[in-house]
Design a protein around this ligand. Sequence first.
Ligand code: AMP
Length: 303
Amino acid sequence: MWRIFAPPEHNHQKSQPMALRLVRTITELQHFADSIRAEGKSIGCVPTMGYLHSGHASLVSASASENNETITTIFVNPTQFAPTEDLSRYPRDFERDYTLAEEAGCTVLFYPDTAEMYPEGYSTSIQISGITEKFEGVFRPTHFSGVATVVTKLLLAAKPHRAYFGQKDYQQTLVVQRLNTDLNIDCNIIVLPTVREDDGLAKSSRNVYLSPTERQDALALWRALTAVGEAVSAGERRRDALNNVCRKILSEIPAGTIDYAAVARASSLDEPEKFTKGDSVVCLIAVRIGTTRLIDNAIFTIQ
Ligand code: AMP
């Protein structure tokens, strides 16, 4: 299910704060979900890797406004990181996350350890073909299998009626929609807009890695997306021309390396030579600035 979220005028969770319950085991979470469902109440779930910011909070408060219970999960999932990636240095701050989640309207914080999620003997992984093989999948070949596996496990543990994901990880939202449909998980997958800093930089837990100069250079991602939007508005429909607009701006980042920067059909990630009027296209970007890898995207309608 796709739609744009309009923030509620009043968040009842904020005016009547409820104690945030901490759950560390899958069994306890499943019992909790069963009891809520037995009462005929609804559950929303927001999977995260923690180090929460206002992008995560927007998902939690959307869930809180639409469900009786909101389960936020915090798990830095090792299976979605390659050995060369930033698993060990991924930022963590549990106490801050607890407060932020509670303030946003979360009622249950699921915070398992790695042994709880992947105990001795664990042998199952979810592989999705097609959409996982492009863009992010080319540069991080094992990433989406790790994401699909952990999201499936979290949805089966939290048993939510609705699960909330950010457009910030656009290809991931397609992967999650795919597994939800293919595995009959029976959850509404809700995708909400990317929350940005005032200057356009997409909020990300990884932004803390950026030096002040890199932080400034990172604004090129937003400038590139804006320029592609302007080219689309001016009537450009050719894929190569749109890609060139995007790459030209990104190539100006001094210590930057473009992993990919391309427009594709928003629904399938197909890349026709030319789009037609009314097509919904996504511009997907992944850039490395120094040792930090940033991703961003925007969706446009071809004129
Ligand atoms: P992460 O903790 O980075 O795995 O992200 C957890 C969820 O928050 C994912 O669904 C992300 O797409 C979403 N998210 C991350 N950054 C943002 C943002 N700036 N705006 C909206 N959602 C976001």
